[in-house]
Design a protein around this ligand. Sequence first.
Ligand code: SF4
Ligand code: SF4
Length: 239
Amino acid sequence: MLSLKEEVLRGIYEEFEKWSAEEIVCTKGCAACCTQNVLITAVEGELIHRFIRDQGKEEWMAAKMQEKAVTKRVQMTTNSFAASCLQGDDVIPESYGNEKPCAFLEDNCCSIYDVRPFSCRCFISEIICKSGVPAVIGETYLSASSAVMQIVEHLGQGEYFGNMFDVLLALCDLPENKKLMRLLSASLSNQGRAKVIKALPLPGFLLVEEEMGKIQPLLEAIFSHKVGDRTIENILNNR
Ligand code: SF4
Ligand code: SF4
């Protein structure tokens, strides 16, 4: 059974998917964007761990974690970046990941597709990406993705935030992941904890008025989405 936060996360994914009907060229088997440069929150990691446990694939997961590339400790979350921008600070987003292919890629397809994190869900393109030809996507879509990332981080505030494999390693110390923990070396799981930071609450959206108008229907759909008898807005405001 999913936790309340996992249910909320699923609701956010569902509403974003309904809203995003862009003209994209992404197809199954196209995976140049699948690098180890994906940032996630703990609740997104917990959903992935639950998926692995439910299938009894801990040994498979341990092998994937050994394939983890070297990453840097994250310095800023999406919400701390937004807070700095809103204060007028001059900040440049940094890359903390590694451009090596994601360890979850198998035959160029995502092996955890159903529970892939939001950063993967929102990464699309209007042209086929190639070496030297990055993804192209509309401004409104980019702004909406950033706003939803901020909501996802708000949901996981106070918990781990970082590169996907670092968060997954850090979460191995949860009692429900003890089987996986036994399969990993202590140094590997310590590495994950050393590289993650805490997710922060939403400081405000980085949206200009015109964008806010276009994205409002998505935000309203997310906030009014029901989980049980409560809306996501109510759950996020009554932590
Ligand atoms: S974003 Fe680019 S690399 Fe990724 S699936 Fe779409 S076209 Fe392929
Ligand atoms: S988790 Fe899946 S969608 Fe995300 S980068 Fe890895 S293989 Fe690609």
